[in-house]
Ligand binder design. Structure first.
Ligand code: ADP
Ligand code: GLC
Length: 486
């Protein structure tokens, strides 16, 4: 099949979170099955990192978006470790900004241009996609565009659309005044009319109304977003789409995230030989300026510091726990100032026990996954979550809240039966997190003798699970095929 992925993030070129990982790893896995997969993404300044080269494919394509004319060029390169073509939309006026996402007044234009560029690129290539796979609100107008403005073109006669919701918390809601700027003014009657009357357009809602299939990134999240508690206002529309809404658990790229071959780690290790993991713990504590003590567990955290991630629970739980028992904390993340301030203050108060690195670092993320003993991910909600799967693969049992993809991937350790792979708390409150943290630390014990043997079994349960994309990609192929009527 010809498959066109359109996304605001693709690792390693542009990534703020799991969306970037998925929009690289899933296309790679589809390519390995022989499909002709191509990706379209904006050319942000970070894409043009030193050492990367791009070929100019089409220069100065102009589209009329309302009264405005937007001109862009298309550059290409291949996705590393594959021959998947990536088409980069170069439009300095829209994309040459310090961050991938902005609060700027033209945010809607930045991403509608991506959608236009994706379909224009197909036309210039005379390449007919069987499926256009849109991801999140940024690309969610594509299904409507295919059904209306581009329907005249025989190139798209057989093209079907899939919309994957990676996070329903971000919907792309703009003033209805901007509708004409999207270039979709003449199909305004296809937008949700109540919303228009209320003065809004909602990109994600429009995608939910018109995509041929809607997927989200775990089965539990697929059920959750159909309820008022988790649907962030879109649950009635998802319920209306009924069986078109499906949950497919994300996989992990097990070339990038495999402790046995990970080139970012000072020492590699595997389920059968965990010696390297202890050496990575040494390297991690050293890198983060903490004293190394094999008897003290290191709790790791790598996260966007956002409301979604449930870190508010830490405000109370972590200072108390640090006051009561020995453990160290290694934190990597950036985001909302209140969380950054919290971890900075905690590290200042406990300089030998807490280290906080404010920033984005792939290398340190890998080292924390590998060198920690326990991983902390108390998300308020989590569509899928990749970090808990990375930590499972790296022998670092995660502490998680039972929500979304965390509920689908983590099961509480039962030392008698030796089942489970981590620590799951049911209720999103301080006592829930405190229970799970203390249970995990109790199970770690002193890291020696009896407790060590039991902990090894817990680690191995997670490390031996099949999280790779090769186990998931078939579900996407089945969705694509069902749309083609195969
Ligand atoms: P989300 O997409 O909601 O942020 P995921 O768990 O699905 O959550 O994916 C997060 C991805 O972003 C992981 O690959 C994680 O390692 C990465 N990540 C998040 N924050 C940082 C950071 N500060 N430095 C490096 N990688 C980070
Ligand atoms: C979003 C979600 C995260 C998911 C990722 C990739 O960023 O917050 O849970 O793993 O997308 O699908």
């Amino acid at each position: 099949m010809n498959l066109l992925f359109v996304s605001s993030e693709v690792a390693p070129f542009a990534k703020t979170g799991g969306l970037g990982d998925v929009c690289a790893a899933l296309p790679r896995a589809l390519r390995a099955l022989g499909h002709d997969v191509r990706i379209v993404v904006p050319m942000y300044p970070r894409v043009r990192a030193p050492g990367r080269t791009f070929e100019l494919l089409f220069q100065d394509i102009t589209v009329a978006l309302g009264a405005r004319r937007v001109t862009f060029s298309i550059y290409t390169a291949t996705l590393p470790d594959s021959d998947v073509p990536v088409y980069f939309v170069r439009c300095p006026a829209l994309y040459d900004r310090p961050s991938i996402y902005t609060q700027d007044a033209d945010e809607h234009l930045r991403f509608i241009t991506l959608a236009w560029a994706a379909l224009k690129t197909c036309q210039h290539l005379a390449w007919s996609p069987d499926v256009v796979h849109a991801n999140d609100w940024q690309t969610a107008l594509l299904p409507l565009m295919l059904k209306t403005l581009f329907a005249w073109d025989r190139l798209f006669a057989r093209t079907r659309s899939v919309l994957t919701i990676h996070n329903i918390g971000h919907q792309g809601t703009f003033s209805a005044q901007h509708l004409f700027d999207t270039g979709l003014g003449e199909v305004a009657h296809h937008f949700h009319q109540d919303q228009l009357r209320e003065g809004r357009i909602n990109f994600l809602l429009t995608g939910i109304l018109y995509a041929d299939a809607i997927t989200t990134v775990s089965p539990t999240y697929a059920r959750e977003i159909c309820t008022p508690a988790h649907g962030v206002g879109l649950d009635p529309f998802l319920r209306m789409r009924g069986r078109a809404v499906m949950g497919i658990l994300n996989g992990i790229d097990d070339r990038e995230w495999n402790p046995a071959v990970d080139p970012r780690l000072p020492h590699t290790f595997s389920a059968d030989d965990l010696a390297g993991k202890e050496l990575d713990k040494q390297a991690l504590t050293q890198r983060m300026g903490l004293p190394y003590d094999p008897r003290v567990p290191v709790v790791g955290l790598v996260s966007r510091l956002a409301w979604q991630k449930g870190l508010d629970l830490c405000f109370d739980v972590l200072p108390r726990a640090l006051g009561r028992r020995p453990f160290q904390l290694a934190v990597l993340g950036t985001g909302e100032p209140k969380y950054e301030d919290f971890f900075r203050h905690l590290a200042n108060r406990h300089p030998r026990r807490v280290a906080y690195h404010k920033g984005f670092s792939e290398d340190l993320a890998h080292l924390i996954e590998a060198g920690s003993d326990v991983f902390l991910m108390p998300s308020r909600y989590e569509p899928c979550g990749l970090n808990q799967m990375y930590s499972l693969a790296y022998g670092t049992p995660p502490i998680v809240h039972r929500t979304g993809g965390l509920a689908d991937t983590v099961r509480t350790w039962n030392p008698k039966a030796r089942t489970g792979n981590g620590f799951v708390f049911d209720h999103f409150n301080e006592s829930g997190l405190a229970w799970a943290l203390h249970y995990a630390l109790d199970q770690w014990g002193d890291g020696h003798g009896e407790s060590r043997a039991s902990w090894r079994a817990l680690q191995q349960n997670g490390m031996r699970e099949p999280f790779g994309w090769q186990h998931r990609v078939g579900d996407y192929v089945a969705v694509y095929r069902s749309l083609r009527g195969d």
